[in-house]
Design a protein around this ligand. Structure first.
Ligand code: GTP
Ligand code: MG
Ligand code: ZN
Length: 309
């Protein structure tokens, strides 16, 4: 009996996966049977939204095999954690939603996300949201942020869910793509997706006034069709972003502007930490590379080196 079918994981909630059949478009709630053959990374979730799988339909549908991934975003829950978590797989691009307040997004978090995406060449746009809420200081921070990441080679957007033009701009960037929305809890991922298509009616949560943080309103990952051919993946907010599988010798390759500048370093294999005639440090000194980005690079070298597999 061969009822082996191919499907796309469109929702991942605990051990239950919703799989959309490639041929019929019908959705099935599946569990995983036995041990899937996976790549050797130890993960808390064997499958993620965006995965393409073999599954067997029937009274109790089961996923039997994971097909090779084109890419994925993977992180460690915390730096000390041994287990990794796959945020999404097989995406065309990622929108990292950030806010300078309500809640503030940490810069190192942004740089960790970018480095991880860079390792699989997943294009990331930085979406600075809640533009309607910022005072003068906030707006100054937004400018600094936009300048830093534009200079590093990333598309940077400033948005508010209340501004129609902003939503239309985002929509125009989604055409015929699968776009991952990621970021801290409360930055407005689900709100932005609702603004793109109000019929989706995703749950959104308040920001805790006491902690100035989101309340982890979205609890599972889901792929949604915003318009024909435009898919987005809404995900639960994440707090930390530990790197997985990035060799310290290669870390600088995942900082676009550091990698570009490193072509001018005197030594092959320069770590840009202490070597003489380092073009990267020179660029940090003269301001053409952001000091914050360089600081993130150094922190990631020190911290992640100890815990790499
Ligand atoms: N003023 C303003 N509020 C916004 C904007 N975007 C989102 N919010 C509010 O921010 C709060 C959090 O929004 P959510 O969409 O739930 O945030 P999320 O990123 O999906 O959060 P998690 O699901 O917890 O990861 C809600 O109260 C939204 O109404 C914006 O552009 N401007
Ligand atoms: Mg949400
Ligand atoms: Zn160097």
């Amino acid at each position: 009996m061969d009822n082996k079918k191919i499907g796309l994981v469109i929702k991942a909630a605990g051990s239950l996966y919703t799989v959309r059949d490639k041929a019929s478009g019908e959705a099935y709630e599946c569990r995983i049977r036995g041990k899937l053959r996976l790549n050797d990374v130890r993960t808390t979730n064997p499958l993620a939204v965006g995965d393409v799988v073999h599954y067997e339909a029937g009274a109790a549908p089961v996923i039997t095999e994971l097909l090779p991934r084109r890419n994925y975003i993977i992180r460690r829950a915390a730096n000390l954690s041994k287990e990794a978590h796959i945020v999404a797989a097989n995406v065309d691009q990622a929108f990292l939603v950030v806010t300078v307040d309500f809640p503030p997004t940490n810069l190192e978090f942004i740089d960790r996300f970018l480095a991880s995406a860079e390792a699989y060449k997943i294009p990331v746009s930085i979406v600075i949201n809640k533009m309607d809420l910022y005072n003068e200081n906030g707006l100054q921070e937004v400018e600094n942020l936009a300048k830093t990441y534009s200079a590093a080679g990333y598309q940077t957007l400033k948005t508010s869910i209340k501004v129609k033009d902003d939503i239309n701009l985002i929509k125009s960037l989604l055409t015929n793509k699968i776009t991952l929305f990621s970021g801290n809890s409360g930055v407005g991922k689900s709100s932005l997706i609702n603004a793109l298509n109000p019929q989706l009616n995703l749950r959104v949560g308040e920001i805790s006034e006491y902690h100035n943080r989101g309340k982890h309103t979205t609890t599972f990952s889901e792929m949604l069709e915003v318009e024909k051919g435009c898919y987005v993946v809404d995900t639960p907010g994440i707090k930390g972003f530990g790197l997985v599988d990035i060799n310290p010798n290669e870390l600088s390759h995942y900082f676009r502007e550091i990698f570009a500048a490193s072509q001018g370093c005197r030594f092959n294999g320069c770590t840009h930490v202490h070597e003489p005639e380092c073009a990267v440090r020179k660029s940090v000194k003269d301001g053409s590379i952001s000091a914050n980005r360089y600081t993130s690079y150094l922190k990631m070298l020190e911290v992640d080196e100890k815990y790499r597999r």
